[in-house]
Design a protein around this ligand. Sequence first.
Ligand code: GLU
Length: 456
Amino acid sequence: MADYVSRVIELCEAKNPGESEFHQTVEEVLESLRPVIEQHPEYEECALLERLVEPERGVTFRVVWVDDEGKVQVNKGYRYQFNSAIGPYKGGLRFAPNVYPGIIKFLGFEQIFKNSLTGLPIGGGKGGSDFDPNGKSDAEVMRFCQAFMTELYRHIGPYTDVPAGDLGVGAREIGYLFGQYKRIVDRFDGGVLTGKGLSFGGCLGRTEATGFGIVWYAEEMLKANGESMKDKVVAISGFGNVSWGTAWKLQQLGAKLVTISGPDGYIYDPEGITTDEKVAYLLELRGSGKNICAPYAEKFPEATFVAGKKPWNVAADFNCKVDLFMPCAMQNDVHMEDAKNIVASGAKFYCEGANMPTTNDALEYLIKEMTAVGPAKAANAGGVATSCIEMGQNSGHAVFDREKVYEQLHGIMVNIYKACADAGEKYYGDRNAIVKGANIAGFEKVADAMMAQGLV
Ligand code: GLU
């Protein structure tokens, strides 16, 4: 008979048919937990893994709003509250046309481990809608957010569930969502949402926190292998908030970022996205609401736009050297053929930035062939960690200064790296086994808390 881990993976697939992204992360995480599970037979006796893969609660709701033409629009809304063993559910909201339960569940499941890795008291959850904010007017976005919150408000609260942004949900959306929440409950519950504007309880540094954290994590990974960020040539995908924060921190550490990408193709800038003007332009590009990166090459003519391709073969496309690849766009951005191109480029390092950007087979191949590979749930945990700092700020009616937030965030990222490497060493005899190590380190605290709290 198959072992406990394999049986739960199969069971989860059977119970959630067609939700391939959810199945992908469950398989990746549970497979790497095997050596821990073997040491704890009591986990099977109390069905710990079966409980871990089953959200504590999931709501699906109708969102009705009226567009600028007066036409009635209907979208689906979701919130999956996955695990509250170590703190209130915490995780973003994603607004994108491809959103369905398989995507929200994969994100919610990943969030359990990511949030645990921060060392802060936050559980895991995720939500969103199949609403596409691209091309919508400001008024339409506001009406949609108000309609969405009119249902969501009854499921969230500063000690229950604290949503934030994710793809398609930035400061503007969080502002509209917060305004509607406050109107309904008639209370200034600052800590009910994070990523708020600075004038109403937001935390300095939150916007760039995810990107900064990713680079700090990657820096630890490089240092552990005797190298530094200085003068490294870096290729990333994406051009949103995460990519912007990543670009900014790479610039500060003296690395040379040569690519960004969008749904339309990728940009190669041989001189590097290394000036203040270029880094700031990334925000402008995203803010245009067009979801394309091609205009970068019009603004900076030394750059080339490559239509319809991803940056994973940039080394061969432009005969350039790349040291570090960082997918910062979205899930399943790097497939096996991309992984082969990345390895063929001679790059030694790969660090995920977006949630689950690598397919499971590609990830395994990269781990086998490269010096070190950093996992998203550890590397991008700086965003949610800073969200938790924002929650603390709100509950204490305080305002923390930017440098303090950066200092705390940097410390958190260094600790996360260490926790991953320690678990890698303990269970796999390898300090570079940080993909598996991240799953284990995140799991251990949640498992302890679940065991202590009985069969709930
Ligand atoms: N959506 C972000 C993530 O993937 C941030 C979540 C949060 O700040 O709650 O972690």
